[in-house]
Design a protein around this ligand. Sequence first.
Ligand SMILES: [Zn+2]
Length: 67
Amino acid sequence: MNKYICTMCNYIYNEEKGDTERGIAPGTMFLDLPDTWTCPVCGATKDKFFLSYDQGPRRKIHKIDKV
Ligand SMILES: [Zn+2]
């Protein structure tokens, strides 16, 4: 399952969760959303969303200074 991020307001559409408040069942693929679906926060249309790659292998390198 993927996540898509709204480039207008950073809302994230999570395919695992869907958008149940607006009748989109959990597990609904972003590409299967009706074309009438818009961002619940800012109203942007689907073409304003981009795939979010937050599951990738990259990770933050965080050094902790020991006192
Ligand atoms: Zn938005």
